[in-house]
Design a binder for this molecule. Structure first.
Ligand code: AMP
Length: 215
């Protein structure tokens, strides 16, 4: 399986990527995770990327393309792979094509997760995370028993800086402007699978697997 996963912020890309990776035993390459690690480690690159990430904007192509290509060089993509959050615009899609061409491989499918903007906004703005045990709550669904406090360890829950409403709306605009053209690009290439991402993680995963298994 050689896959790309695209979708607007909060469509559940990370959750589905982890399930797909485990199901097919393939390499999972998440550009967002790679960037967050650089930010956490306060590398030069992380410091350069952080402002863009906090504003909900895409980090510059030269930075992300080099970063992903470097990661791919040290990743076992022979057994199959899933790119999550990359490519995010046509320039990155071309860079990925070039990389894969050089390696002599092609993409099998591009999974496009989509749902309504109001669902995406509620998922993000309702999310609260425990800084101690990383449990993820949602005040509109899976709320903690006491507002703002982790059920497990009593820690004060926090909101990710890019989950604030203003940033979420900005990320959606950026998706429409820069990433949505990829949907058409991969549709024309006959690679696109449309998946409704409004259900539970298990429902969405079942839909992905059944589409992929149909070939
Ligand atoms: P994600 O976890 O994929 O939603 O990514 C979080 C943030 O990292 C995004 O809002 C961007 O600022 C940045 N980012 C992740 N992947 C890319 C990419 N392929 N190109 C540019 N910026 C990216």
């Amino acid at each position: 399986m050689r896959l790309v996963l695209i979708g607007p912020p909060n469509a559940g890309k990370g959750t589905q990527a982890r399930k797909i990776e485990a199901h097919y035993d393939i390499a999972h390459v998440s550009s967002g995770d790679i960037l967050r690690k650089h930010v956490a480690d306060a590398t030069v690159l992380g410091q350069r990327a952080q402002g863009y990430m906090d504003r909900g904007e895409l980090v510059p192509d030269d930075l992300i393309i080099d970063l992903v290509n470097d990661t791919l060089e040290s990743t076992d993509i022979e057994k199959g792979f899933l790119f999550d959050g990359y490519p995010r615009n046509p320039v990155q899609a071309e860079a990925l094509d070039d990389f894969l061409l050089e390696k002599g491989v092609t993409l099998d499918k591009v999974i496009y997760l989509h749902t309504d903007d109001d669902v995406l906004i509620r998922r993000a703005t309702g999310r609260r995370i425990c800084p101690i045990c990383s449990t993820v709550y949602n005040i509109f669904g899976f709320a903690p028993k006491v507002e703002g406090v982790c059920d497990r360890d009593g820690a004060q829950l926090i909101q990710r800086s890019d989950d604030k409403e203003e940033t979420v709306k900005r990320r959606l605009e950026i998706f429409e402007e820069q990433t949505a053209p990829l949907v058409e690009f991969y549709e024309l290439a006959g690679l696109l699978l449309h998946i409704d991402a409004s259900g539970t993680p298990d429902d969405v995963f079942d839909a992905v697997i059944s589409e992929l298994d149909q070939g």
